[in-house]
Design a protein around this ligand. Structure first.
Ligand SMILES: *[C@@H]1O[C@H](CO)[C@@H](O)[C@H](O)[C@H]1NC(C)=O
Ligand SMILES: *[C@@H]1O[C@H](CO)[C@@H](O)[C@H](O)[C@H]1NC(C)=O
Ligand SMILES: *[C@@H]1O[C@H](CO)[C@@H](O)[C@H](O)[C@H]1NC(C)=O
Ligand SMILES: *[C@@H]1O[C@H](CO)[C@@H](O)[C@H](O)[C@H]1NC(C)=O
Ligand SMILES: *[C@@H]1O[C@H](CO)[C@@H](O)[C@H](O)[C@H]1NC(C)=O
Ligand SMILES: *[C@@H]1O[C@H](CO)[C@@H](O)[C@H](O)[C@H]1NC(C)=O
Length: 482
C-alpha cells in the first residue's frame, strides 16, 4: 500500500514536471546513510589536516599564546540523515567528540613558561537542514538552510610540569574556546557543503564520451525529495560530435521502482535513441569492409564461384573482391521485457578489383540485422556489447544476374559475426559514463531491462584512493604519559 501511495505521489509529481528526463537517479535512505558517512569521514579527514589559527590572550599582568592547534581525533558516533519531503535533508550529529592538542606559552612580569596542552571536547551536537537546488548551469547544489550546534563540555589538561598553572589557564581558556566552537560548528558544516558543491561544479554538464558523442547531464527539473528517496532528473541526451542538434523526438516519462539498493539509475529508451542517432551521425557504425575487413577476409571472385553460378560463368579470371558495407539509418532501439534490442538497416556492395585496379560492382545486398545488447558496468561506465540474433537479406542490385539472396546467408553470417559486429563493438567499447561522483565506485550493480527504460540498481562505496587510515593516537599517548 505504501509503495502504491508513493508511486501515485510520484506520478502526480511527474504531471507538474517541466520536462521528462532522459536519465533519472534515485538515492534511497540507505544511499543517504552512506552519503552521511562519507560526509563525516571527509569532515574528519579535513579537520585532522587543518592547523588552526593561534590564540592570544593579554591582560595588564601577563599574556599567553596557544599555537599549533590541531585536532588529533574526532568521533561522530551518532549521526543520521533523513529526508524531509519537499524540503531537504536533515543532518543530525549527537555526542560527537574531539581531542585537540596545542602548544602554549605564558608570559608575565615574573614568569615565563611554556608547554603542551590537550583539550577534550565532548557532547558536540549539530542539527542542520540542507536543501537541494540547481545552479545556473543545471548542476545540483546544496544549501545550508538552518543549522544549530553546541558543545557540552570542554576539558583542558596541561602537561605534568605545569599543572599548577592549570586553574588560571583553564579559567581563561575554557570560555573563549567553547564560544569559538559554538560559533564555528555551523560555518564549518557550511564550508563542507560549499566544498561539496565545488566538487559538483567540477563535473562537466556536457561530457565527451569519445570521438563520436557528447552527453548532456544537466538537470531538467529541480531535485525532488520524498520521505523515501531523493530524486534527480537529468536531461540525458546524447549528441553527435559533428552535429549537436536536438533530437526530433522527446523522452517518455517513466517511474523508477525502488528496493533495498542505495542508488537507482534509470536510463530511458530516449537516451539510447539519441545515442544511436549520435553514433550514426558521427560514423561509429561505418565499418568500411572496404579497408580493414576486406584485408582481413581476403576474398576473391573464387569465393563466390561455388555460391552464385553466374559469377563462375562471368568472371573466369581470379580477382580480389572488396565489400562496401553502409548502415543507411540510425539503428532502431527497443527496450522491453528483459530484452534490449537494436536493429540495423544497411546495404553491402560487393565489388571486384580488376587487373587495371578499377572496381566493378558485382551486386548489392540490402541487410536488416537484429542484435541484442548485453550491458556490463566497468568503473563508472555502462558498456554495451552487440550480439547478432538474426538478419534478412535481399538483392538490391546485381550485375551478375538475378540470384536468391538467401544463397549468401552463410557468407553474410560469417561477415557479420566475424567482421561487422566486432568492429561496431570496438567503437562502443568506451561505454557511457554514468552520472555518479568520481570519488565513488558502484558495488554489485545489477542491470535490468524494463519497458521503455533500463535500470541499474547498485550500492556505492568510496574509491580505495579516498580511504585514509585513522590517525593513530601514539603521539598523543606519549604526550599524556610524559
Ligand atoms: C607578550 O609576551 C611576549 C613574550 O615575552 C612579549 O614579547 C610581548 O611583548 C608581550 N606582549 C604584550 C602585548 O605584552
Ligand atoms: C545537423 O542535423 C540536422 C538534423 O539532422 C540538420 O538539419 C542539419 O543541417 C545538420 N547540421 C550540420 C551542420 O550538418
Ligand atoms: C590474400 O590472398 C592473396 C592470394 O589469394 C595472397 O597473395 C595474399 O597474401 C593474401 N593476403 C592476406 C592478407 O592474407
Ligand atoms: C562505399 O559506399 C559508400 C556509400 O554508398 C560510397 O560513398 C563509397 O564510394 C563506396 N566505396 C566503394 C569502393 O565503392
Ligand atoms: C579496366 O578494365 C576493365 C575490364 O577489365 C575495362 O572495362 C575498363 O574500361 C578498364 N578501365 C580503365 C580505366 O582502363
Ligand atoms: C534496398 O534498400 C534501399 C534503400 O536502403 C531501397 O530503396 C530498396 O528498395 C531496397 N531494395 C530491396 C530489394 O529491398
Amino acid at each position: 500500500m505504501k509503495i502504491c501511495g508513493f508511486l501515485l505521489l510520484l506520478s502526480l509529481l511527474s504531471l507538474c514536471l517541466d520536462a521528462n528526463p532522459g536519465i533519472k537517479v534515485k538515492i534511497t535512505q540507505k544511499g543517504l546513510n552512506f552519503g552521511m558517512q562519507l560526509g563525516t569521514e571527509f569532515l574528519k579527514q579535513r579537520l585532522k589536516n587543518t592547523v588552526f589559527e593561534d590564540w592570544h590572550g593579554l591582560t595588564w599582568t601577563y599574556n599567553y599564546t596557544v599555537s599549533n592547534i590541531r585536532i588529533q581525533h574526532v568521533e561522530f558516533p551518532r549521526r543520521s540523515a533523513f529526508l524531509i519531503p519537499g524540503t531537504g535533508i536533515h543532518l543530525q550529529v549527537n555526542e560527537a567528540s574531539a581531542i585537540v592538542t596545542a602548544d602554549w606559552r605564558f608570559t608575565s612580569w615574573v614568569l615565563r613558561t611554556s608547554g603542551k596542552l590537550i583539550v577534550y571536547i565532548r557532547g558536540i551536537i549539530i542539527s542542520a537542514i540542507a536543501t537541494v537546488s540547481q545552479d545556473e548551469a543545471g548542476r545540483p547544489t546544496l544549501f545550508l538552510k538552518t543549522c544549530s550546534g553546541s558543545v557540552d563540555s570542554i576539558d583542558i589538561q596541561l602537561d605534568e610540569s605545569s599543572r599548577w598553572l592549570y586553574r588560571i589557564f583553564a579559567n581563561f581558556m575554557e570560555r573563549p574556546l567553547r564560544n569559538s566552537f559554538n560559533l564555528n560548528l555551523c560555518p564549518s558544516i557550511n564550508l563542507e557543503i560549499q566544498r561539496f558543491n565545488a566538487e559538483l561544479k567540477q563535473h562537466q554538464i556536457q561530457t565527451q564520451v569519445n570521438s563520436f558523442a557528447v552527453i548532456d547531464y544537466s538537470l531538467v527539473n529541480l531535485p525532488s525529495i520524498s520521505h523515501t528517496s531523493f530524486d534527480l532528473d537529468f536531461k540525458g541526451a546524447v549528441y553527435s560530435i559533428v552535429n549537436e542538434t536536438e533530437p526530433s523526438f522527446e523522452p517518455d516519462s517513466f517511474i523508477l521502482p525502488m528496493g533495498d539498493s542505495m542508488l537507482y539509475i534509470g536510463v530511458s529508451e530516449y537516451f539510447f535513441h539519441s545515442a544511436s542517432l549520435a553514433y550514426y551521425t558521427s560514423g561509429a557504425f561505418e565499418v568500411s569492409t572496404e579497408k580493414e575487413l576486406s584485408a582481413y577476409f581476403n576474398f576473391t571472385t573464387e569465393t563466390f564461384n561455388s555460391i552464385i553460378p553466374m559469377v563462375a560463368y562471368l568472371h573466369i579470371g581470379l580477382c580480389p573482391v572488396i565489400m562496401n558495407l553502409t548502415v543507411t539509418a540510425a539503428p532502431v532501439i527497443s527496450l522491453q521485457n528483459d530484452r534490449f534490442l537494436l536493429q540495423f538497416v544497411g546495404s553491402m556492395e560487393v565489388l571486384k578489383i580488376q587487373p587495371n585496379f578499377t572496381t566493378h560492382s558485382m551486386f548489392t545486398l540490402n541487410v536488416t540485422a537484429r542484435t541484442h545488447v548485453s550491458l556490463t558496468i566497468f568503473e563508472k561506465n555502462l558498456i554495451p556489447t552487440l550480439c547478432l540474433d538474426s538478419f534478412d537479406l535481399s538483392l538490391a542490385h546485381s550485375s551478375v544476374g538475378l540470384f536468391k539472396a538467401s544463397l549468401l546467408k552463410n557468407f553474410m553470417s560469417y561477415i557479420l559475426q566475424k567482421g561487422v559486429i566486432p568492429s561496431i563493438n570496438v567503437n562502443l567499447k568506451d561505454g557511457i559514463p554514468l552520472p555518479i561522483l568520481d570519488t565513488t565506485i558502484l558495488v554489485n550493480p545489477v542491470v535490468t531491462v524494463h519497458q521503455g527504460y533500463l535500470l541499474i540498481s547498485t550500492d556505492v562505496r568510496l574509491k580505495p584512493a579516498y580511504i585514509w587510515e585513522h590517525n593513530d593516537l601514539k603521539g598523543l599517548e606519549k604526550m599524556r604519559t610524559q
